[in-house]
Write a protein that binds this ligand. Structure first.
Ligand code: CAO
Length: 531
């Protein structure tokens, strides 16, 4: 077995380039043409391949070292001798005048390279040698410059196209005064094997993955990463330009891509695309939903205005309400319950308990009545989880509370195990905490069903929005005395308007009507709760 020194091959006009990545370590078995290190100039990065197969015995370079053609990269114990195939030379670009066609110049041994970026648009005034597109193979990225100056009239490629030497890229409307032959000296591309990363000399093909910190790179907004990292990110669908590079000179490494991916998967981070889709309290501009833009009106044109930012709670609840309103196929059933006897009982109970300081509320009775209905119709106490329904064997009831900061939903736990007095007491305490802005997260989570009561305020019916991942919500309005036909005559009864909104993916209309009817029966004769 021979010990063979692997050298930096001919890398074109690059004189001294920095080692920015070590892709192998001592003891690794490498194949011929496997990438060993990544080097970078201010214009280009490229991977240097091994000229032979074998086991790495010694690394002769470290991060930050400057190397040039002939520098020893490492020593390999190899069975075969190195084989370096010289690549073809770059050709001179054509001279052009008037309408001029821009073709892909000689880009070395690359075939069918993908266009990953189009850097110009129709109508742009293009300077001589200005980069037009970026192409990328699995090993290298490079910008293709214009061989003439002029106004861009036609673009013949788009992102995703594959191009080869000689392909027509664009047509410029050029003038003789701004057009001259591209100053291309037939320069050898990196003299490595056919599948290896190569970079043509400056003037034929410009920089590879221009560094973000370099003026050109920054202006173009190109992320600073090696071709293999770009490929890795593309395979994962990770937006490279959103990743902060922690490598040398802010370079994005494979570890950075992995860390970003993990953060997104765990919910700790969001891509810009995800953030754009997340509904803002105002609903954003609706573009993520394919809607026409939100109307922009200069209200001040029509009269005096005052602009105030919405509070934090309003923003959070707004975003949640919007998601729930959009995502849930919700239907609302309206009904009336006769609470004449229940209200009389409530008033007398409160008189009896005056000294206890606990006021029994209609809402507390409603909570108990709902628990009975939820037990009879368990799908109302469930949640959707993918294609499965999760039935909960606990009955934690949320109630909407109107607070100076906005809508909050405190949760009373285990309402099945508590009496109306206890529920009334807890509701009073939680409502006060909500109004004082002192509710903890544990007091606002875990509800299986929610009641929104506007009974103390007024109104007849409304359509409450389901508090996901719950599947139903009961809206209650102000009870009123109404003439009700008892079969023989109209009698005055205290009627409570109920509005039940339900998720049609989980609940059918008939079940909703039965739920409301059952609730009405209980409220009209509360002894049924005991059954
Ligand atoms: N019909 C007629 N009167 C009713 C009633 C009803 N359905 N519900 C309550 N009332 C009466 C009460 O008996 C009380 O009268 P008295 O003072 O004479 O005893 C009065 O209205 C006020 O009740 P309340 O609002 O203090 O108590 P509550 O138990 O009904 O409600 C709470 C408590 C926290 C739910 C309520 O204060 C609240 O915030 N409601 C608003 C909820 C809301 O905003 N929902 C909309 C959400 S969607 O945007």
């Amino acid at each position: 077995m021979a010990l063979i020194e692997v050298n930096v091959p001919d890398i074109g006009d690059f004189d001294e380039v920095a080692v920015i990545e070590l892709l192998v370590k001592v003891g690794d078995t490498v194949k011929a043409e496997q990438s060993l290190i990544t080097v970078e100039s201010d214009k280009a990065s490229m991977e240097i391949p091994s000229s032979t197969a074998g086991v790495i015995k010694e690394l002769r370079v470290k991060l930050g070292d400057k190397v040039k053609q002939g520098s020893v990269v490492l020593v390999v114990e190899a069975a075969e001798s190195p084989s370096v195939t010289p690549s073809p030379l770059a050709k001179a670009a054509p001279v052009a005048s008037g309408p001029v066609e821009i073709h892909v110049p000689d880009i070395g041994d690359f075939k069918d390279v993908s266009v990953i970026e189009v850097m110009v648009k129709l109508g742009d005034s293009i300077k001589l040698e200005q980069s037009l597109i970026t192409v990328e193979s699995d090993k290298a990225a490079m910008e293709i410059p214009s061989s003439a100056a002029g106004v861009l009239k036609e673009l013949k490629v788009k992102v995703g196209d594959k191009v080869n030497i000689g392909d027509l890229l664009a047509i410029l409307e050029s003038t003789v005064s701004t057009t001259r032959p591209v100053d291309v000296v037939p320069t050898p591309v990196a003299a490595v094997s056919a599948v290896t990363a190569t970079v043509a000399a400056t003037g034929a093909v410009n920089a590879v993955s221009a560094p973000a910190h370099a003026p050109g790179g920054a202006a173009l907004g190109l992320p600073h990463a090696s071709p293999s990292v770009r490929k890795f990110a593309r395979e994962l669908g990770v937006p490279l330009d959103e990743i902060k590079g922690n490598g040398p000179k802010g370079r994005i490494t494979q570890d950075d891509v992995q860390a970003f991916t993990k953060a997104v998967m765990s919910g700790a981070a969001q891509t810009k695309a995800q953030a754009a889709k997340a509904p803002a309290a105002s609903g954003g501009d609706g573009a993520a939903l394919g809607l026409i833009p939100w109307p922009k009106v200069d209200f001040a044109k029509f009269g005096p205005i005052e602009r105030k930012e919405m509070g934090r709670i309003k923003k959070i609840s707004g975003a949640n309400l919007l998601r729930n309103a959009i995502m849930i196929p919700a239907v609302t059933n309206h009904d009336d319950a006769d609470i004449t006897d229940l209200e009389a009982f409530r008033v007398s109970t409160n008189k009896e308990n005056e000294k206890s300081g606990i006021k029994v509320t209609m809402l507390a009775f409603l909570i108990k009545a709902c628990v009975a209905a939820l037990k009879k119709y368990p799908e109302f106490n469930s949640s959707l989880d993918g294609d499965a329904l999760v039935y909960k064997n606990y009955w934690h009831i949320g109630f909407a509370a109107d607070t100076p900061n906005g809508l909050m939903v405190p949760v009373i736990r285990d309402c099945d195990k508590k009496g109306v007095l206890q529920i009334s007491k807890e509701m009073g305490e939680l409502a006060k905490k909500a109004r004082d802005g002192k509710l903890g997260p544990a007091e606002m989570t875990g509800a299986t069903f929610t009641i929104s009561s506007l009974g103390g305020i007024g109104g007849k019916y409304f359509t409450p929005i389901i508090n996901a991942p719950e599947v139903a919500i009961l809206g209650v309005c102000k009870s009123t005395m109404e003439p009700v036909w008892d079969g023989k005559q109209f009698v005055p009864r205290l009627m409570l308007p109920l509005s039940l909104t339900w998720d049609h993916r989980v609940i059918d209309g008939a079940a909703a009507a039965r739920f409301n009817a059952f609730l009405g029966q209980i409220l009209s004769d509360f002894r049924r709760v005991l059954l």
